[in-house]
Ligand binder design. Structure first.
Ligand SMILES: Nc1ncnc2c1ncn2[C@@H]1O[C@H](COP(=O)(O)OP(=O)(O)OP(=O)(O)O)[C@@H](O)[C@H]1O
Length: 461
């Protein structure tokens, strides 16, 4: 090996060699099969039917330890297979004695709960698994009926499960006292103040911590998660297993994800977005556009729809049925572009997503990691572009520091092209969209919808 004489050359060489070595170790560790790490035969066959044959690094590390009865905190990049890392050992243990109310998985959003439930149902179909989805926006009565049938797994958002625990009778939730596993998916978010009260209510009905296995998974290990890693284990329990993907450069995003920035004047962002989405390079790309506010999502959805882009939107001010329909249209490629707020930033697994555009930049660098992580999943390539106005510079710097990587400039769009081709038609479409929204009292409608939902859920209580 020829080592460059300069110090810088040597350090680059050693860093590259060490990264490759670490990735090589990861591959070697994950060279064991699912069977060799203890997954049940029936489940190995179900995974194989899904073309999932080789465990990823986090699966190889966590599955054997969870099967030994250990609590587990797993941190790994977006798209690295954390769902199967907790689902496989739970399903393996469950199949040894397929009892009701075996495991509870808590996750921050309704769409994520539905996605995880679909994966459990698909993996456990040969074992006649019963999975209940307990989330807001759906019928409380139907969920109570499902819970009374003692489903094997409950996949829930904390708020709605807490509501059942405080409002439905013990014939509905009593079975939770026998739960063997509790999973916190996207654990860093569930450990924030937003979820503290509902999480405490959910945990209150479960067996004591020492009598259940507790599994936490996330792509961003925050201080709250680290505190749990350092907390003393309850007497009599095997030691907590904590796993975090460490690479030499500790880059927090997948190596197959290209991250770029584009300096854009604030008042013509829509035109740049339209120009990119309809350019020769991206006109057939499946893309998610992240915005910070629901009103921005609605303006963009209407504007791009008027410009004949196959569009769908997903944000918290939409009725649940519309949210579900939007996601189904996007997954089925009936819509090529999804405009979303952060209700879609975590966990959603849509393998065809090739491009993520941060139309607005989040104030939280971890949010960037999850948004960009909707693409470049399971080793696939992906691209993330940030629209940067003069107000966003400090946020971009905070993101580059958090991910330990510099963004490169996006050069596939030119101002003159934007001005010439897109600006007029986009400006006209946006003006017409704004007028339509004003006529429909979009903002007021949002408040009316909110009041309607409150009344409806009050009546159901
Ligand atoms: N061992 C595997 N081999 C191949 N593909 C896998 C494997 N495990 C999971 N996958 C696939 O990888 C994709 C990402 O998995 P998953 O959604 O669990 O990632 P994640 O780490 O939870 O991501 P996020 O941090 O965004 O929630 C899914 O499509 C899943 O089917």
């Amino acid at each position: 090996i020829c080592i460059n004489s300069s110090h810088r050359g040597l350090s680059i060489f050693l860093k590259t060699f060490a990264t490759t070595y670490c990735e090589l170790i990861d591959i070697m560790e994950s060279s064991k099969s699912f069977k060799e790490i203890g997954v049940s035969k029936w489940l190995v066959e179900a995974l194989s039917a899904m073309k999932i044959n080789q465990p990823t690094a986090i699966q190889s590390a966590c599955i054997p330890q969870i099967l030994k009865g250990r609590d587990c905190i797993g941190g790994a990049k977006t798209g690295s297979g954390k769902t199967i890392a907790f689902a496989a050992p739970m399903l393996t243990k469950w199949s040894e004695d397929p009892s009701g109310m075996f495991g509870v998985v808590l996750t921050p959003t309704r769409e994520l709960a539905m996605q995880i439930a679909e994966q459990f149902t698909a993996l456990g179909s040969s074992m006649n698994i019963r999975v209940a989805v307990v989330v807001g926006g759906e019928s409380i009565v139907e969920q109570a009926i499902q819970l009374q049938k003692k489903p094997h797994f409950i996949i829930a958002t904390p708020g709605r499960l807490a509501h059942h625990i405080t409002s439905s009778g013990m014939d509905t939730v009593g079975g939770l006292k026998r739960v063997r596993f509790l999973v916190l998916d996207e654990a860093d978010i569930l450990l924030t103040n937003t979820f503290t009260k509902d999480l405490a209510t959910c945990v209150s009905i479960l067996p004591p911590k020492a009598q259940r296995q507790n599994l936490l998974f996330t792509a961003t290990v925050t201080d709250q998660v680290k505190m749990l890693q350092e907390a003393p284990q309850v007497d009599g329990k095997p030691p907590l297993f904590s796993y975090q993907v460490e690479t030499v450069d500790d880059v927090a995003i997948p190596s197959t994800l290209k991250i770029e920035y584009l300096l854009v004047p604030e008042h013509v962002k829509e035109a740049y977005l339209y120009q990119i989405l309809t350019s020769e390079k991206y006109e057939n790309s499946t893309a998610i556009i992240f915005v910070n506010r629901t009103v921005t999502a609605e303006i963009l959805r209407r504007t791009l729809k008027q410009l004949e882009v196959r569009i769908a939107s997903l944000h918290s001010q939409m009725p649940q049925q519309e949210r579900t329909n939007s996601l189904h249209r996007f997954r089925a490629n009936a819509a090529r572009v999804l405009i979303a707020t952060d209700v879609a930033s975590r966990g959603l697994d849509i393998p065809t997503v090739e491009l993520v555009i941060n139309y607005d930049i989040s104030a939280n660098p971890d949010t960037f990691i999850h948004r960009a992580g909707r693409t470049a999943r399971a080793g696939r390539l992906g691209e993330s572009i940030c629209f940067v106005t003069q107000r966003d510079i400090s946020r971009i710097q905070a993101i580059e520091e958090r991910i330990n990587k510099k963004m490169t400039e996006f050069t596939d769009v030119h101002d003159t092209a934007v001005i010439r081709k897109a600006l007029n038609k986009v400006t006209t479409a946006k003006r017409e969209s704004l007028m339509a929204m004003e006529k429909e009292n979009f903002g007021e409608r949002r408040k009316i919808n909110k009041r309607k939902l409150e009344t409806k859920s009050y009546r159901e209580k």
